[in-house]
Design a protein around this ligand. Structure first.
Ligand code: C2E
Ligand code: MG
Ligand code: MG
Length: 563
């Protein structure tokens, strides 16, 4: 601060305020020499020393008044500077900004240092705000892009992962933004703890995080690391009195294999993310050039599905369920189809996964449930009072807190007995969140609705969970029914499952029975409920009543033949 040498020198008089220094300088610099000159001439010119003293006293009084007036004016001129200094200091104190400067102790010096320091801190704050997310304290998209840019400059191979909390928006809709953000912060905290410090864990907006895996090895090595991370991230997060499970999916793009700039990598990771199986069977997807194509196809199916909902293009088919001990049809399963104007009748496997991924499964599922209730009403009106109807629900519908209310309303509006409805949930969906499954099963049964676990044997459920779940029926997946009369391992599995249901006091149904020999084998093993092409394919609502009449005649005839 060479240019400030004079101020530096003056500032040493720390006990004097800035105003005081100016006053002393004004007095010393202007009035003292003036007073000196006046005194000198007064003593030379005066004959009597008393006259000289009088002149000097008058001059002193005049210079003091002069100093006073100068000071008054200077004071007014200095006012803005002093006020700014005081304001800046107050600002720093109120915000508890650190390290108040101590070098200069009057207002002007403080103003100088405070301003310099405050501007530096503002710069830092702006930089932090530009690169960080205020909710999680993580980097934001800009921060991540910067970090990726550095790695690209160093030409290191790395994997960029996008992690999406699938239920983020649903949590906002169901509870509030604060709850969703608490879950986001929980996942962010765990991700930061699970990943290396330089993983650049970032928030990319909404419920999406991004991070980098350095030296990623091959695709399998990355997948293993993500699976390890996934396990540590997915446990319930406590928010107030709630325990919320984050639904996590990952999309991965690799530098330089998939793209060579940050934005394209982010786009590709997102494109991989959109191809993730919404049922949660495969929560991590890697980018591939076809991923974009798959995503586009999904997008067009999604658009098409929205239109289909509006244009009422869905329809239900019904597959009879027979009880071979009673010798008649006891119910049916409602299976949705899409009557597409160009593609014809589209099976559920071609659109249910897309509907799950884009959130359309809720309105479609609700449509299915309402249509099933209407159908039951219609059958009752035609004398088919004893039949129950099973409706499939997807895991995502199960996670919807409004589910029970919606089902109860549809049942009430159609005036049907809840006991005639059965809800089917696949084993995989049931095991995704056993706590929630237990609660919803309990509520459904309180409403009087029966509950079945579908496709049993295809998931990896521990039998001890099964014991704790309140349900009424287990549907053995058709892969175990196929060839059961010839395949000893299927025989053993079906035998064990039938035994298990007997022990648990619930009923068991064999799905996909195509041949008499399979039915005969399972009947001998103690199964009485069947569903499959051997009895009837799924049929339209219009032909169902005739199909049942025909099937029941056939069952009665077969019984007569046996006895
Ligand atoms: P699921 O619930 O296990 O339904 C049984 C599926 O097996 C049906 O296929 C049915 O047509 C087929 N099937 C029945 N008997 C036989 C047989 O003897 N042999 C063979 N090979 N197949 C048989 P579909 O209608 O294509 O439905 C497939 C899956 O789509 C269903 O499996 C169910 O998980 C799902 N789905 C169907 N409707 C709905 C719905 O309304 N909502 C939801 N969330 N999922 C549905
Ligand atoms: Mg089913
Ligand atoms: Mg099934």
């Amino acid at each position: 601060m060479g240019r400030l040498w004079f101020y530096d020198l003056m500032s040493r008089a720390g006990w004097l305020s800035y105003r005081g220094k100016i006053m002393v300088m004004a007095f010393l610099g202007v009035h003292v020499p003036l007073l000196g000159v006046i005194s000198y001439y007064a003593f030379i010119a005066a004959t009597d020393w008393r006259d000289a003293v009088e002149v000097v006293a008058a001059a002193l009084a005049a210079t003091l008044i002069g100093t006073g007036v100068t000071l008054l004016v200077l004071n007014l001129l200095l006012q803005p500077v002093l006020m700014t200094a005081a304001g800046l200091r107050r600002y720093r104190l109120e915000r508890r900004l650190p390290g108040l400067p101590v070098g200069y102790r009057d207002e002007a010096g403080m103003l100088m240092e405070d301003a310099e320091q405050t501007l530096g801190e503002l710069d830092l704050a702006i930089e932090t705000m530009a690169n960080h997310d205020p909710v999680t304290g993580l980097y934001n998209r800009r921060g991540l892009i910067k970090g990726i840019g550095d790695r690209i400059l160093a030409d290191q191979r790395f994997a960029l992962c996008k992690l999406r909390i699938g239920n983020f928006d649903r949590l906002i809709a169901t509870f509030d933004l604060g709850t969703a953000e608490a879950v986001l912060r929980g996942v962010a905290r765990r991700a930061t703890a699970a990943l290396p410090v330089d993983a650049l864990v970032s928030r990319l907006g909404g419920g999406t995080l991004g991070f980098v895996i350095d030296q990623p090895g091959d695709v399998h090595a990355i997948a293993r690391r993500i699976v390890a991370t996934h396990a540590s991230l997915q446990a319930d997060i406590a928010v107030g009195a709630l325990d919320i499970k984050p639904e996590l999916t990952f999309g991965v793009a690799i530098y330089p294999d998939d793209a060579d700039d940050a934005t394209a990598l982010l786009d590709n990771a997102l494109s991989a993310l959109t191809t993730v199986d919404a049922a949660g069977n495969q929560p991590t997807m890697f980018f591939s050039p076809t991923a974009r194509e798959v995503a586009r196809e999904r997008f067009s199916t999604e658009q098409d599905l929205r239109r289909a909902l509006q244009d009422d293009e869905f329809t239900l088919h019904f597959q009879p369920v027979v009880d071979l001990v009673a010798g008649r049809t006891v119910g049916a399963e409602a299976l949705v189809r899409w009557q597409h104007p160009e593609r014809g009748l589209v099976p559920p496997a071609a659109f249910i996964p897309v509907a799950e991924a884009c959130g359309l499964i809720e309105p479609i599922g609700l449509w299915v449930f309402n249509a099933a209730c209407r159908q039951l009403r219609h059958w009752s009106d035609r004398g088919l009072d004893g039949l129950s109807l099973a409706v499939n629900l997807s895991g995502r519908q199960f996670a919807d807190p409004a589910l029970i209310d919606r089902l109860a309303r549809a049942i009430a509006e159609n005036g049907i007995a809840p006991g005639r409805i059965e809800i089917e949930l696949t084993e995989t969906a049931a095991m995704a969140d056993v706590g929630r499954t237990r609660d919803v099963f309990g509520e459904l049964r309180r409403l009087g609705i029966a509950v079945a676990i579908d496709d049993f044997g295809t998931g990896y459920s521990s039998l001890s969970y099964l014991k704790d779940l309140p349900f009424d029926r287990l549907k053995i997946d058709r892969q175990f029914v196929a060839d059961v009369h010839r395949d000893p391992s299927n025989q053993a599995i079906c035998g064990a499952l039938i035994e298990l249901t007997r022990g648990l006091g619930i009923s068991v149904l064999a799905e996909g029975a195509e041949h008499a020999a399979e039915v005969g084998q399972l009947q001998a093993q103690g199964c009485r409920l069947f569903q499959g092409f051997h009895f009837s394919r799924p049929v339209t609502g219009a032909t169902f009543v005739d199909t049942v009449a025909q099937l029941d005649r056939r069952l009665a005839a077969e019984r007569l033949m046996i006895h």
